[in-house]
Design a protein around this ligand. Structure first.
Ligand SMILES: [Ca+2]
Length: 221
């Protein structure tokens, strides 16, 4: 995680853990790069030469076995919603309820298929992927998410599936963690396949038009 924006120095930021300030209310000035080994919420405010910005950037950081690892994506994400780009789904950063916040990666009418390379065979206990549903914005949860694991990146063994019914009518904006518990699994590669609903359903104002799938993070634990 970088705290530099061009040559502008980010001055002061406050670390929050589990949504709460540190007990001592510490505010730390930071330069350079931050790294986290446990989940954290970071609120940052920039200042320069005594001028403090009103805007507070807030980001949730969720480090896991997959954070910062290599990822291969089978079908391209939309250039309109790339989040952080090719590695956004394993950067440890999650989005808010706003699909435009820059942390959600959008797929228009296509499935999301990604393979995460953990770098070496390791014991894994859970695979998760988080999605957004905002039906007025044509964004739907995937119909299903399949999980598979491999030690060589060629032969994958199925590791489970999460199904989700297509929204039958307008539903409140929500985020959902699709996931699967694994037992005694050792693997280097983890694949998820999230099946798009494809087209907006008949009841929707955009019926028949391409529906979106938005994902912010794949987490391997
Ligand atoms: Ca992310």
């Amino acid at each position: 995680m970088h705290t530099r924006n061009g040559d502008e120095r980010i001055g002061c930021f406050r670390l929050l853990h589990n949504g709460w300030e540190r007990p001592n209310g510490a505010v730390e000035a930071v330069r350079g790069e931050l790294s986290f080994s446990t989940p954290a919420v970071v609120a940052a405010r920039a200042f320069r030469k005594g001028i403090v910005s009103d805007a507070v950037a807030r980001v949730e950081v969720y480090p896991s076995l997959s954070s910062g690892k290599a990822i291969t994506i089978a079908h391209p994400f939309s250039e309109r919603y790339p989040a952080g780009g090719a590695h956004a789904l394993v950067d440890g950063l999650k989005g808010s309820r706003d699909y435009k916040d820059g942390f959600w990666q959008g797929y228009e009418g296509t499935d999301l298929e990604a393979v995460v390379d953990l770098g070496r065979v390791m014991q894994i206990s859970r695979v998760r992927a988080r999605f957004l549903q905002d039906t007025p914005m044509w964004i739907f949860y995937p119909r299903s998410v399949e999980y598979a694991v491999s030690s060589d990146g060629v032969t994958f063994l199925p590791a489970g599936t999460s199904d989700h019914p297509v929204a039958g009518k307008h539903q409140d904006l929500s985020m959902k963690e699709f996931g699967h518990q694994l037992k005694d699994v050792k693997a280097r590669f983890v694949r998820i396949r999230a099946a798009s609903v494809g087209a907006c359903p008949p009841w929707h104002a955009g019926a028949g038009g391409k529906a979106w799938t938005f994902c912010d993070e794949i987490t391997v634990e």
